[in-house]
Write a protein that binds this ligand. Sequence first.
Ligand code: ZN
Length: 317
Amino acid sequence: MTPAAGTTGEQKFFEELIRHGHFLPSGEPGVYGRGMVFEDVRNRFDDLVTRACAADKSETLRFPPIIPRRTLEKAGYLKSFPQLCGAVYSFAGKEAEALDLAERAGRGDDWSHHLSMTGVVLVPAACYPAYPAMALRGPMPKGGVTLDLGASYVFRNEPSGDPARLQMFHQREMVRIGETEDVLAWRQTWMDRAQNIFGQTGLNATLTVGSDPFFGRAGKLMANNQREQGLKFEVLVSIASPEPTAVSSFNFHQDHFGSAFGIQLHDGKVANSACFGFGLERITLALFRAHGLDVRDWPKDIRSRLWPETNGASPWR
Ligand code: ZN
């Protein structure tokens, strides 16, 4: 995939992020180190989500950012998004091959034919590991479950000149598994809570029906279907690209994951599920875009919501 060159606005914002120490370039588009102020803002926004989560009494689970290859296959990800997947390959050859591999790599030549697929792939969405784990427990308790998966790294193969399009970023995800009505009501509650959180942080956010970037010609049909049925809602905020950027999504999966992984309700019926995710780096970038690259210039009321213990005094003096 050839990375799309960033627009002038995207390049300018990217350069400002580097100048202020928020991004540390690596040479690969969409792969950046992040500075300490950037990370503090990201974690503080995540804390706002955690505070809003309290009412859900969710079960807090954490998973690593790799999953078994079989999970990706069963979830149907490769049918819908083969262009975005990241699989882990490694070396299992003999000494002569290892020598050739190292020599080729040293010269900057192709060494990929020495590698073979491992049993793991990079997580494309933070909720994926939760479904097989829930299926293994057997039938759900009455009322289903609500899971708080925290902020997990996810991978998307989409190198880009837009600083808001990263190849690896944190998704703050929560999942609800249960009956259709419960799952949809929970999603609605979170769409309202999210708008409130974005309002509190001074972001001009728009909630709208969305669709996933399904692959190929059949993918267009799937995206239309998804829109028509209102399966996905997104929150859009202006960052650096000419079009507004999706910073959060609220997804109703119907019984897709329930069927794929065999998740049963208490009465043995196939479970429905929904999830939402906050793209934490994008939200952090949106905050810097909206309020300035120096946190000391941000409005006092927004600072006091993110850093309540400072009561709005400038953090990072
Ligand atoms: Zn999800």
